[in-house]
Design a protein around this ligand. Structure first.
Ligand SMILES: *Cc1c(COP(=O)(O)O)cnc(C)c1O
Length: 352
């Protein structure tokens, strides 16, 4: 007897980066921030009254949404919060695409979009990247679709679109929704959030997992026109009315109010990104310029798979995919100067 539904049997789920517990690795595989969250987060946790956990959290995360709105220069009604931006992205499929409708995005990009589309019965129109790994926006514009997922900076390539290019694209597809996934935008600095006031077809999705160093808390948000935000709320309330728990609401409110700290740690990551890229180029890797907290490095003397396995053996974890194009590359999270130093030292040894 197989108790699984046909859907559960047939679906190919997303595979997250490994979080192994067998030994201590230098973990450069899931784009976590190497620095701790704002000290204000620790203060909030220390002062947190466990007695209040008896109660459900605020269903719509009102206080947190107000704090995000202040930080982003929008109004609370323009903000939606979810259990990680993955959940916000998941809810965006049924909110903005009919079953049998079409979503357009690039290949390569964040591989979860395809999984969500399959889960919600949305068709996909996939547009290959250009030879330099940049988006083929002209081809995307001509796609027959109801909307787009634009990961900016893109994952796993790290390539960022300047704000002017995003605006041109959004303006040229006015009757279709553009969902800009800005998970890594704080490491680039040209967020499209201000454009959401001008373009009713633009939704920007962000996360606390990367630039705020809060991957463990599971919170992400979307900013856009009230009509788009109401679509996300409708979907949330069909699925889970309390997706953001009380601890996450308190922690993320403190984090989003500490812009200075986020900017300081992002600056450290960006400086290391420049240094690490130069070292990788010197070792013979092809490394597209990155606007994110990771580098996409490949076409070296050994294949991605060989390098991935040898690095793991040496105690350094990076991300590797056994797929066309990707299998020649590694995605390497920018760590602390010490971690990056070890990575380069090991790579030199392996490539010798
Ligand atoms: C990390 C990541 C997310 C998911 O972030 P969570 O908020 O941790 O769910 C979304 N999109 C991209 C491109 C990411 O890399």
């Amino acid at each position: 007897m197989n108790f699984l539904s046909r859907r559960a049997r047939a679906i190919a789920p997303y595979t997250a980066g490994e979080q192994p517990a067998d030994r201590k690795y230098i973990k450069l595989n899931t784009n976590e921030n190497p620095y701790p969250p704002s000290p204000r987060v620790q203060e909030v946790l220390r002062a947190f009254d466990a007695g209040t956990l008896r109660l459900y959290p605020r269903p719509d995360a009102d206080g947190l949404r107000a704090a995000i709105a202040r930080a982003e220069g929008v109004e609370e009604k323009n903000v939606f919060c979810g259990n990680g931006s993955d959940e916000v992205l998941a809810l965006s499929f049924p909110a903005f695409f009919d079953e049998g409708g079409t979503a357009c995005f690039a290949d390569l990009t964040y591989s979860f979009y395809e999984v969500f589309a399959a889960f919600f019965g949305v068709k996909t129109h996939i547009v290959p990247l250009k030879a330099d790994f940049s988006f083929d926006l002209a081809a995307m514009k001509n796609a027959d679709c109801a909307g787009y997922y634009l990961c900016n900076p893109n994952a796993p390539t790290g390539i960022a679109l300047p704000l002017s290019a995003v605006e041109n694209f959004v303006a040229s597809v006015k009757d279709r929704i553009v969902i800009a996934d800005e998970a890594y935008m704080d490491f680039f600095g040209e967020s499209a959030v201000p454009l959401t006031k001008k373009y009713k077809n633009l939704l920007v999705v962000k996360t606390f997992s990367k630039s705020y160093s809060l991957a463990g808390i599971r919170c992400g948000y979307a900013v856009g026109d009230e009509a788009l935000i109401s679509g996300l709320f409708r979907m949330k309330d069909c699925f889970n009315s309390y997706p953001v728990d009380a601890v996450a609401q308190a922690v993320c409110t403190a984090a989003v109010e500490d812009r200075d700290y986020r900017e300081q740690t992002a600056a450290l990551v960006k400086a290391e990104r420049t240094r690490l890229r130069e070292e990788l180029l010197a070792l013979g890797f092809t490394v597209p310029p990155s606007g994110a907290n990771f580098l996409f490095a490949g076409r070296a003397k050994k294949s991605g798979g060989e390098l991935y396995r040898a690095l793991k053996e040496e105690g350094v974890l990076v991300r590797y995919w056994e797929k066309p194009i990707l299998s020649d590359f590694l995605r390497i999270t920018v760590g602390t100067p010490e971690q990056n130093g070890v990575l380069i030292e090991k790579l030199k040894k392996i490539l010798q």
